[in-house]
Design a protein around this ligand. Structure first.
Ligand SMILES: *Cc1c(COP(=O)(O)O)cnc(C)c1O
Length: 409
């Protein structure tokens, strides 16, 4: 008899986005012809810049000629992309990496979801609350999360609540934890961590022999020159941190698919008898067993992001999103909302008005302004009383959404 992996039965139903869709459908059926503006999604809206699409077209031509055809590529990624990543994303910030510390993939979602396979099931996992749900759900599937309580939390996971008072940077856990997921700039809160705050986490991990899984998918949106782009800008991080990057948000690759993960060779985890084991060769082994490389076409597109034209064109697109973010921030502040984020991240985290919870605010905003956002409670219990607005939208839509909100909701 085939038995099911019962860990999957412990997952909570994917509730947030289906519920948003359901309420939106209902509204549209009741209000035909009303134009609803979505500031609810975490997907890019601008088309790919020409430097990237031209490079991908050339890659397609390569595939159609005998002399330049590419079949299976190296599982870890093509050297041309790995070298460009190291030079542009790390060496320029004073971080040195070896080519075999970078693993090209088809997405940071897969990588942040798969990385937990390298760690024993008895590790204590810490996540922030609110959080990007992939980190928790993949640990539930693996059997590290324990049972779900009434409060919406799993009893073996350590939750680190974000508080507005500490700038939405979580405090260190009171009990020792083995694996810590951090995401800066953050989805959903738009918060960033400065050097001192990241150093505290790195020092904690060094002291406790923990591993930090650092999701830097929004690094390209940092505008403040003092905010670190990579956790490896902090001394000692190469012994305790794995970093995830993606071309999805920085270069519009959500549909193309290309990302990468850095696993430094100094990083170790420990056997039951406390023997240190290098994680890099294990990820190499896993990657080449379960993955056959990102497509030649997407890697050719990704390397074009680093060309002079690619840089300039992707920068312009990011500037569009960040001017959306500024408009949302400034408009809502003027209207008296308390707003966070949106300066170094494409998300604005809004405190809902007194006495109105996240879903009530969703309904009000939809009914009165015909604008869709994302209830903060969907990202974890500590997100209750907050609301996420995304800067990934067409500028004219953002402008109109802000005008509608100014008329009162
Ligand atoms: C969008 C996003 C990613 C990127 O995922 P891809 O699979 O590379 O598209 C990673 N982490 C967070 C927190 C995100 O919001």
């Amino acid at each position: 008899m085939a038995r099911v992996n019962e860990n999957f039965l412990k997952l909570k139903a994917g509730y947030l986005f289906p519920e948003i869709g359901r309420r939106l459908c209902f509204f549209q059926a009741e209000n035909p012809g009303k134009k609803v503006i979505s500031l609810g999604i975490g997907d890019v809206t601008e088309p790919l810049p020409p430097a990237i699409t031209e490079a991908m077209k050339r890659a397609v031509d390569d595939l159609s000629a005998e002399a330049t055809f590419h079949g299976y590529g190296p599982e870890r990624g093509y050297d041309f992309l790995i070298e460009a990543v190291i030079e542009n994303d790390f060496n320029r910030r004073g971080v040195k990496l070896e080519p075999d510390e970078v693993f090209i993939s088809d997405g940071a979602k897969c990588d942040t979801g798969n990385i937990q396979e390298l760690f024993g099931l008895d590790n204590v996992v810490a996540v922030t609350d609110p959080v990007y749900p992939v980190y928790i759900d993949t640990n539930i599937m693996a059997g590290r999360a324990g049972k779900a309580g009434k409060n919406g939390r799993y009893d073996k996971i350590i939750y680190l609540p974000w508080k507005a008072e500490n700038g939405f940077v979580p405090e260190l856990p009171k009990k020792p934890v083995d694996i810590i997921y951090l995401c800066f700039p953050n989805n959903p809160t738009g918060a960033v961590a400065n050097k001192g705050q990241l150093k505290r986490w790195v020092d904690y991990a060094l002291t406790n022999s923990s591993v930090i899984l650092f999701d830097a998918a929004y690094e390209a949106f940092i505008t403040d020159p003092d905010i670190p782009h990579s956790i490896y800008e902090i001394a000692g991080a190469n012994e305790v941190a794995i970093e995830f990057r993606s071309f999805s948000k920085s270069a519009g690759f959500t549909g193309v698919r290309c990302a990468y993960t850095v696993v430094p060779k100094q990083l170790k985890a420990y056997t039951k008898d406390d023997k240190g084991v290098e994680i890099n060769p294990l990820w190499q082994r896993r990657h080449s067993t379960k993955f056959n490389g990102a497509s030649y076409i997407s890697q050719a597109g990704a390397v074009a992001v680093y060309s002079p034209e690619g840089r300039e064109q992707t920068r312009k697109v990011i500037d569009i999103y960040m001017s959306n973010a500024r408009l949302i921030r400034e408009s809502l502040s003027k209207l008296g909302y308390k707003v966070y984020g949106g300066v170094n991240a494409p998300y604005i985290w809004v405190k809902t008005p007194e006495g109105i919870n996240s879903w009530e605010f969703f309904d009000l905003l939809l009914a009165k302004a015909n604008v869709v956002g994302t209830p903060g409670s969907g990202f974890g219990p500590a997100g209750e009383g907050y609301f996420r607005l995304s800067a990934f939208a067409r500028p004219a839509d953002v402008k109109e959404a802000m005008e509608r909100m100014a008329h009162g909701i």
